[in-house]
Design a protein around this ligand. Structure first.
Ligand code: GLN
Length: 291
């Protein structure tokens, strides 16, 4: 079988099993099998796979058909233009979470933060993206899962930010050594009844998705901790799920009656990020979704 035939075989079989982006996934699986770049793949389409390579490729396709996300098979996922190492101990970063990073960077233009705390960092994608864009900032990234922090550590090393991103194990803001100027979090917020839909093959950690009996339970838990962990004039940025804007903003309003609350929709128009500002001026005008 040549590379060209392998691509067409994969496309056919993946598409036949309702995998949305079958051509792209087939290509990624083939490149992963042979450890080659996209250019190398397309320069040598008549290359003949050895029987061993062909067997390895078929095995990867089988794993994919078994519902394993491609990011776990290849152990990579791109987020905010950066490559992150992922495995099943962390949630696969979602494109919609780039809006959290964008919003934080928009805020940072007018109010440069010195200390940022990211809660529930998982593979570290948000903390590392911020560290690379804000060269002066110190970031504390917490996670309750030790396994997730191991992956975050690998990513901090890979992106050279190990001296500025401090990984701390613990629940929410508990391990934070001092108050932050900006607290940012993509906490679990999926309804229990919708978990099967979001994570049908259960490869992703449910802990990172399950919002609790009331889907905003984890978010509310963090909001209750914020008061003692946010510096005067600080900001809180939270990713939320569809339909959660009212509940979360009402809760924040009760806790911080003088705080400014703003909501940023994602590109599909879904309210995706809520910000709470303890300053008197709302500053979100500059933040725009990137795509
Ligand atoms: N946006 C994710 C999804 O619906 C959920 C992530 C989360 O719970 N924070 O797949």
């Amino acid at each position: 079988m040549t590379l060209k035939q392998a691509l067409s075989h994969a496309r056919h079989i993946l598409a036949g099993n309702n995998i949305e982006d079958a051509p792209l996934e087939g290509e990624l699986l083939l490149r992963h099998t042979l450890k080659i770049s996209r250019t190398q793949l397309y320069l040598d389409l008549n290359y003949e796979l050895s029987p061993k390579q062909e067997e390895a490729f078929r095995r990867l396709i089988k794993r994919r058909l078994n519902g394993e996300p491609i990011a776990y098979i290849t152990k990579h996922r791109e987020f905010y233009g950066l490559d992150f190492y992922v495995d099943p101990s962390v949630l696969i970063p979602r494109p919609e979470s780039e809006l959290l990073v964008e919003t934080a960077l928009g805020l940072a233009q007018n109010h440069p933060p010195f200390i940022i705390a990211e809660v529930g960092t998982g593979c570290g994608a948000i903390a590392i993206s911020l560290a690379l864009s804000l060269s002066e900032v110190k970031i504390y990234a917490t996670d309750i899962s030790a396994a997730a922090l191991k992956i975050a550590l690998l990513n901090c090393q890979k992106h050279g930010v190990i001296d500025r991103v401090h990984l701390l194990q613990g629940d929410m803001l508990d391990p934070l050594p001092k108050p932050a100027d900006l607290i940012i979090a993509n906490l679990p917020y999926v309804k229990e009844s919708e978990l099967a839909q979001v994570n049908p093959t259960k490869f992703e950690p449910m802990l990172a998705l399950n919002g609790g009996s009331d889907e905003t339970e984890r978010i509310h838990q963090l909001c209750r901790q914020v008061d003692s962990k946010l510096r005067p004039n600080g900001y809180l940025l939270l990713e939320i799920g569809q339909g959660q804007r009212r509940a979360v903003s009402a809760f924040l309003h009760t806790l911080f009656p003088n705080g400014k609350i703003e909501v940023v929709p994602d590109l599909s128009g879904t309210d995706r990020v809520i910000s709470l500002s303890l300053t008197s001026q709302p500053e979100l005008a500059d933040a725009q979704p990137r795509r």
